[in-house]
Design a protein around this ligand. Structure first.
Ligand code: HEM
Length: 223
């Protein structure tokens, strides 16, 4: 895609500081969420393992971000997952949901503590009822990076996340990660799904709180 401006340095002016008013199709994701009926299908030596899990996700607005002329509104997220039958963390993930109002582009960054990062992109359905994002290993843009060991033993070829927004304000997801497990002939479909219910409203982003006179600069930024 080369439909970009010649001037790559000038940032947009008159940017609305209130991220919660601008993340387009990402708006219904902002807040703190819990889901107690998650299901995971992961690769084990003896074959696919199915586990039930509990999930808590915090998704908070950040200040508007410009890459030169490219304006992005974003939400920072932290996913924490516990297996129903285990005390230790089952899955942890942090990153950003990003939206470019000028083009409708939606992105998600992922960082996983197993030594894996990804940048996935996609679009929302025109009626805003769902969105899908995807990353593929080896692409020049949106892609997946793994440790050398993971790339050798559990090569992650693609990641796709489909989010559906519900009329009651909740949402659900299906995450599909295609793994090529060393020694296996067939790719493994690592599947996760859950339905989330809101347990707290989001906190407006620092710049919005400063501009609204609700907080000083240092307070708003958590100093
Ligand atoms: C709700 C989300 C997820 C949960 C609950 C989850 C859980 C798990 C579990 C329990 C394993 C097996 C771990 C082990 O045997 O040591 C696993 C393996 C793996 N997962 Fe996930 N996962 C999730 C999402 C993802 C995503 C989004 C990616 C990458 C984009 C990913 C990449 C991998 C890889 C590469 C492995 C193989 C490594 C291994 O088995 O040691 N997972 N996952």
């Amino acid at each position: 895609m080369t439909d970009f401006p010649d001037d790559i340095f000038t940032e947009p002016e008159d940017v609305d500081p209130d991220t919660l008013a601008n993340p387009g199709p990402l708006t219904p994701l902002a807040g703190v969420w819990e889901g107690r009926k998650g299901v995971d299908l992961n690769p084990k030596a003896e074959g696919p393992e199915r586990r039930d899990f509990l999930e808590r996700i915090e998704i908070q607005p950040i200040d508007p971000q410009a890459n030169g002329p490219q304006l992005l509104y974003g939400l920072r997220y932290h996913i924490h997952i516990l297996a129903s039958d285990e005390d230790a963390t089952f899955h942890d993930q942090i990153g950003y949901w990003l939206y470019e109002p000028a083009t409708g582009l939606v992105m998600q960054t992922l960082a996983l503590p197993r030594g894996q990062t990804a940048l996935a992109s996609g679009r929302a359905a025109p009626d805003g009822s769902s969105l899908t994002i995807r990353a593929e290993r080896g692409g020049p843009g949106y892609g997946i990076c793994s440790t050398d060991f993971l790339d050798w033993a559990f090569r992650t070829d693609s990641y796709e996340l489909a989010v559906t927004f519900h009329d009651d304000g909740g949402w659900s997801y299906v995450s599909t990660t295609m793994l090529q497990v060393r020694g296996r002939t067939e790719p493994f479909r690592h599947l996760d799904r859950n339905t989330l219910t809101k347990v707290a409203e989001p906190t407006p982003n620092p710049l919005a709180r400063i501009r609204a006179g609700q907080a000083s600069k240092l307070e708003a930024h958590g100093f």
